[in-house]
Design a protein around this ligand. Structure first.
Ligand SMILES: [Zn+2]
Ligand SMILES: [Zn+2]
Length: 100
């Protein structure tokens, strides 16, 4: 279902919905504890390289994927539920609040 491209990750969902995530966006969205802590610390820049690429992507059970980024960050586990909630397409963006 997932397709890995140079510019990002494309997922076609079971219901036919299609999502495309730029690698940089995924790195910035990383839900791991370290990234969430950095995000809540005031004044700290995210510092995501614009040309960031995945070093490898591995499935995590049936529920998500583990993306190891080219900047050495390897703890980003993205559940499909999380990814779907953060779909960046025009149809989904307006429904997304600033929550979580
Ligand atoms: Zn992270
Ligand atoms: Zn969408």
């Amino acid at each position: 279902m997932e397709r890995v491209g140079a510019s990002g990750l494309r997922i076609v969902w079971a219901d036919g919905h299609e999502s495309l995530y730029a690698w940089r966006d995924l790195r910035a969205l990383c839900p791991c504890a370290a990234c969430r802590e950095a995000e809540s610390a005031p004044g700290l820049p995210m510092g995501v390289p614009s040309d960031i690429q995945p070093a490898s992507i591995e499935p995590v059970g049936n529920y998500g994927i583990n993306i190891r980024f080219s900047d050495g960050h390897t703890t980003g586990i993205f559940s499909f539920d999380f990814l779907r909630r953060h779909c960046r397409c025009e149809a989904c963006l307006p429904t997304q609040s600033t929550e979580g």
